[in-house]
Design a protein around this ligand. Structure first.
Ligand code: FAD
Length: 129
């Protein structure tokens, strides 16, 4: 598969980056493992015009709007490796790889919770960063 840009991570950052590239008619691949950081929360706050929206609904809306652009492809799953090639990069996804001249890493961060009894089950519901 040949793209101009591959975006690893299809949550909010990846969706925002993809939208700008799609608007510029770039051929874009988004690879997403579907493990958003705020997946434990019922509502997302503070994002202009979407205050209180369910995080999954916000991501789904972004994905729907991005995939309306015909130059964008979406692949669910993990990018396992990125290798430099002559004109850019190859993104390896197990059975298949995609090549392109640009890579955007939108992989987010992972919260590592301290080992406190009761914390994990309350994370994103009653306990926040
Ligand atoms: C409990 C909680 C509540 C929050 N509430 C709010 C809130 O109310 N308002 C607010 O503005 N922010 C909130 N945040 C912060 C918000 O969740 C993050 O700022 C936001 O998710 C960051 O988006 P992102 O796209 O950078 O990363 P993420 O949302 O973490 O997404 C990263 C994506 O990359 C994918 N990925 C990672 N590695 C790979 C790989 N190798 N291959 C393929 N895909 C990969 C993951 O599967 C995931 O889908 C909250 C966070 C937490 C933890």
């Amino acid at each position: 598969m040949q793209f101009e840009a591959s975006i690893i991570g299809g949550s909010y950052a990846g969706l925002a980056a993809g939208l700008q590239l799609a608007r510029a008619r770039r051929r874009v691949l988004v690879v997403d493992g579907g493990v958003r950081r705020n997946r434990f929360a019922a509502a997302s706050h503070g994002f202009f015009a979407h205050d209180g929206i369910a995080p999954a609904d916000l991501a789904a809306l972004g994905r729907e709007q991005l995939l309306a652009y015909p130059t964008v492809e979406w692949r669910e799953g993990e990018a396992l490796a990125v290798e430099p090639i002559e004109d850019g990069y190859a993104v390896c996804m197990g059975d298949v790889s995609a090549t392109g001249s640009r890579i955007i890493l939108a992989t987010g961060i992972r919260d590592v919770l301290p080992d406190i009894p009761g914390l994990e089950e309350r994370w994103g519901r009653h306990v926040f960063h």
